[in-house]
Write a protein that binds this ligand. Structure first.
Ligand code: SF4
Ligand code: SF4
Length: 425
């Protein structure tokens, strides 16, 4: 694609990166067929190619974001399915990330939008605040009827109330803990304990730690490590995301780790991008070294996992989180592990399509999110599974509550290695 940035514009390193990405696109449109928003809405402007044109126009003209760009870029899930499909290797992720920052800096959203986005950015990354918000949502759930109506605000508030669990999970406080390996120590890793996940499903971290310890791996969770920054990063809040990245890099650097383990694949994609995010920062080199050892739990377990009890022969429908299959290109490891543990692994049709969770997307874009959820659940339930497994808390929350239990794959693996049976099975 031909671009027309001026020499002065190209002196901005962010614009220089965007220019390079844009020039790789040959507008073939292959990506449209696998884009969940194009498949759902059928509008070219809700396809990767359409968004690329919008971003190009906005950046080349050096103008503030307009309503049209905000509408269509906000509707992008950042699922990165387009990157898997694109034959030209267009780095859509960094392009849309930059567009989001540009929108955040130049566009004034309606007050209700600003208020909600501010609230999400100041609650979700902090487990204690997230717990308090979930409690409030629990209390508010019986009054959801008062939010009747089809306004976007009413739909978003209903979507938030829906996230409240029927029963609050036990409080989890893992910061500053070290979990020794059982028997001979064969490895030493840090675990990203996550933010929202700690409040929603602490059992995932518990299973991860127990399984790694049982396999001879020591697990460290430094007190200074916190949210990975993904949630605010996808909202275009660049400085907040960079601050989270710096804090984590500082917390993990110098610990002599074999790996930084991530069991929320949405976070894993961002950790692997710390090197890029902090490329112009004094800690660029350290950030790149942390990215290099960041690893999804499935990739780490592949070489060391051994089951220890007979399989119950369950049929597991595996839902591939976009951040894992498109963001990190990890496709076979989770299925290989589940089969090794003795489960029958089933895969749904259109496995490349997003379930509609995507960070705060299920709150901010409730209609598209609900349509994608229904589509995904239909293909998963057609497999007649005993359980749905995934490697990302966002997807598990999105797909829960429709008859089939949802569990993190690491909970199934831990169970078969001698751990406790996942709740709900
Ligand atoms: S598939 Fe790649 S090259 Fe083709 S239009 Fe999409 S982004 Fe551009
Ligand atoms: S990231 Fe996903 S939703 Fe966004 S343009 Fe690419 S395929 Fe479509």
């Amino acid at each position: 694609m031909q671009t027309n940035f001026s020499a002065t514009q190209l002196e901005d390193p962010e614009i220089a990166v965007a220019n390079k990405i844009l020039r790789n696109c040959v507008h073939c449109g292959f990506c449209t067929a696998t884009c969940p928003t194009f498949v759902t809405l059928g509008d070219e402007l809700d396809s990767p190619r359409g968004r690329i044109y919008l971003i190009k126009d906005m950046l080349e003209n050096g103008r503030p974001a307009a309503e049209e760009e905000v509408l269509h870029i906000d509707r992008c899930l950042s699922c990165l399915s387009c990157m898997t499909t694109c034959p030209s290797g267009v780095d859509y992720m960094h392009l849309v990330d930059h567009a989001r920052v540009h929108i955040e800096e130049t566009y004034k959203r309606p007050w209700a939008d600003r208020l909600l986005r501010d609230a999400l950015a100041h609650i979700l990354p902090y487990p204690a605040r997230m717990r308090a918000a979930l409690r409030l949502a629990q209390l508010g759930k019986p009054f959801a009827f008062a939010l009747a109506g089809q306004s976007m605000l009413a739909k978003r508030l209903r979507a938030m109330l829906k996230l409240a669990p029927a029963k609050m999970a036990a409080r989890q406080s893992l910061g500053g803990t070290v979990h020794k390996a059982i028997g001979e120590t064969k490895g030493r890793v840090a675990l990203l304990a996550g933010c929202a996940q700690q409040a929603l499903a602490p059992s995932i971290n518990n299973a991860t730690i127990a399984l790694l310890n049982r396999l001879g791996v020591e697990v460290i969770i430094p007190a200074a490590a916190g949210c990975c920054g993904a949630l605010v990063h996808h909202m275009g809040r660049h400085e907040q995301a960079l601050a989270a990245a710096r804090q984590n890099v500082t917390a993990w650097a110098g610990l002599g780790l074999d790996a930084v383990i991530v069991n929320t694949s949405g976070c894993g994609t961002v950790l692997k991008d710390y090197g890029f995010l902090l490329r112009n920062d004094p800690m660029a080199e350290t950030a790149a070294s942390i990215s290099a050892i960041s690893m999804d739990i499935s990739a780490y377990l592949l070489k060391i996992y051994t089951p220890a009890r007979p399989s119950p022969g369950l049929r597991v429908a595996y839902h591939a989180a976009c951040s894992l299959q498109h963001g990190q290109k990890i496709t076979s490891a989770p299925k290989t592990l589940l089969r090794k543990a003795g489960f029958t692994v089933l895969e749904p049709a259109d496995a490349h399509l997003c379930c509609g969770s995507a960070g705060t997307y299920n709150i901010m874009q409730p209609d598209i999110s609900a349509a994608l959820r229904s589509r995904k659940l239909a293909t998963l339930q057609a497999l007649k599974p005993d359980v749905i497994a995934a490697g990302n808390i966002g997807c598990l929350t999105q797909l829960a509550g429709d008859g089939v239990p949802t569990v993190h794959m690491v909970e199934l693996l831990d169970w078969m290695a001698g751990g406790t049976k996942p709740a709900g099975l």
